[in-house]
Design a protein around this ligand. Structure first.
Ligand SMILES: [Zn+2]
Length: 486
């Protein structure tokens, strides 16, 4: 029923505003296709179904604010931002708006040939021939897959046989909004990242080494992903793409090009729901179908996933680990200091492109002050987000001194690309999850504190002492607790 409600909301409102006491307003809205694509080898289709939600930004309440919901680019103002490098081919910031006329996409930088293997993964199986790929063999796009299919029933059985004990944690309601789930927020034992920032040791939230950026893009493949791939190729950059199963079905060639180009692929669910709102079986279906379509097209299965909206608790974690998936979130220093560019909201007209650049400048400032590397939330779903990435964010990052080491997440963990997939991981340095959440390497405190053990390199990054004190006080005041481990 909740899915029907979401679908109805997204179908009849151009924008749904979400507000929460401990999060800035966030928005969900239908995915939009470019209105024109002259010169494109792709065929943008306005008939493609829209996900009920797509931004990964942290969730707020589900209350609909019609005044805010009518937000458009004329209501956001461009601000003055400091740029240390400019890309001469960048689209002017003033033109990167919700109302901009779509520009052409570029052809994929290369097309993959069936039977080849990626140079970055010597032991990879041959790339499948996807000429016979049929949507009839997969669930409907952008809808939660049914759980009574033969495939999902098998995956449920495999989870039951995995040795993991799934915690008896209730589902959240109203799109996992913090304000709508006070009991869940108060139950710190569930380690619900969305509303507390709680992490477990199995969560990857940063890179171990300072100045190392685990580059990620979510929600693709999409119409403008080839433009991003072109820029990445030109600058010898590799990234991690957290891809949606429904988008993979729509753009299978793009996924193969990403993979063959040396980029890392991670799971981002089939229909992009807030996972804590789903039943165990529904979560298994979301993961299972995305794993399956990725393997059908690449021949390998990712062993990482990013929860949509970062919405993860111990129940979601355990199910994911039981299916061989380790969570990758984005770096978060406090409830108000997150490494989220906010780029997704440009398309909705609720944030200006220059504000996103300002957000990124602040992220860079924080990134150079912490004792670990970092992971930033960005998207390749929209033209605006790709134009900001290629025209501003990446040029800024490449010109930064001291230099950032920009790599896929698996590389920032100092592992070979082969370790990113179940079939090619030799398990020597990246053993697959096993046992229970506690015995499988996650924090054993179970206390639901706002951070995990600091003993692991991927634990929540720490600020330098003076900054940590300030942030700790702020966060403590916000959460009403006397002390926090940062
Ligand atoms: Zn997403």
């Amino acid at each position: 029923m909740k899915f029907a409600v979401l679908a109805t909301v997204s179908a009849h409102l151009p924008l749904v505003a979400l507000a929460c006491a401990d999060h800035p307003p966030r928005y969900i809205y239908p995915r939009q296709a470019p209105s024109s694509s002259e010169g494109s080898t792709l065929s943008p289709s306005s008939s493609a179904p829209a996900p009920s939600t797509s931004s990964d930004s942290a969730l707020g309440s589900s209350s609909v604010d019609d005044a805010t919901a009518t937000g458009n680019a004329t209501s956001v103002t461009q601000i003055s931002v400091s740029l240390i490098s400019t890309n001469p081919t960048a689209v002017p910031l003033s033109l990167i708006t919700a109302q901009q006329v779509s520009s052409a996409t570029v052809p994929l930088p290369s097309t993959a040939t069936p039977g080849v293997t990626p140079s970055a993964i010597p032991n990879a199986p041959s790339l499948p021939d996807i000429s016979g790929l049929s949507s009839a063999n997969y669930p409907a796009m952008d809808k939660p897959p049914p759980t009574n299919s033969t495939e999902v029933q098998q995956w449920i059985q495999e989870v039951q046989n995995s040795g993991f004990s799934i915690p008896n944690i209730s589902v959240t309601v109203e799109s996992a909004a913090c304000s709508a789930n006070p009991d869940a927020v108060a139950d710190t034992s569930r380690c619900w990242w969305t509303c507390s920032g709680c992490t477990r040791d199995t969560d990857i939230v940063a890179c171990p080494d300072t100045l190392h950026w685990g580059l990620t893009y979510d929600d693709g493949p999409a119409f403008y992903t080839p433009n991003l791939l072109q820029y990445l190729d030109e600058h010898q950059l590799k990234t991690t793409f957290f891809t949606i199963g429904s988008r993979i079905l729509e753009f299978p060639d793009t996924l193969q090009t990403e993979y063959m180009g040396g980029h890392q692929i991670g799971v981002h669910t089939w229909s992009h729901p807030p996972l804590t709102t789903l039943t165990n079986e529904e979560i298994i279906a979301e993961f299972g179908w995305t794993k399956k379509i990725t393997k059908d097209i690449l021949g390998v299965t990712p062993n990482t996933f990013r929860p949509p909206f970062g919405d993860i608790d111990d129940r979601v974690r355990t199910i994911a680990l039981a299916m061989g998936l380790k969570p990758v979130i984005w770096t978060r220093l406090s409830t108000t200091v997150t490494f989220d560019t906010g780029d997704f909201n440009i398309n909705a007209g609720t944030i200006s492109s220059s504000q996103v650049i300002e957000n990124f400048n602040e992220i860079i400032g924080n990134a150079t002050s912490i004792d670990t590397g970092f992971i930033v939330l960005e998207h390749d779903l929209f033209e605006q987000t790709v134009e900001l990435a290629t025209g501003y964010i990446l040029p800024q990052a490449l010109a930064h001194q001291p230099a950032f080491n920009i790599t896929p997440v698996i590389s920032c963990l100092n592992m070979p690309m082969a370790n990113a997939y179940i079939e090619t991981n030799d398990n020597s340095t990246n053993p697959p999850p096993s046992g229970s959440l506690t015995s499988g390497g996650a924090a054993s405190t179970g206390s639901g504190s706002s951070s995990s053990s600091a003993a692991t390199p991927t634990a929540l990054p720490s600020l330098l002492p003076a900054q940590a004190l300030i942030v700790s006080c702020i966060v403590g005041a916000l959460l009403g607790v006397s002390s926090l481990m940062l």
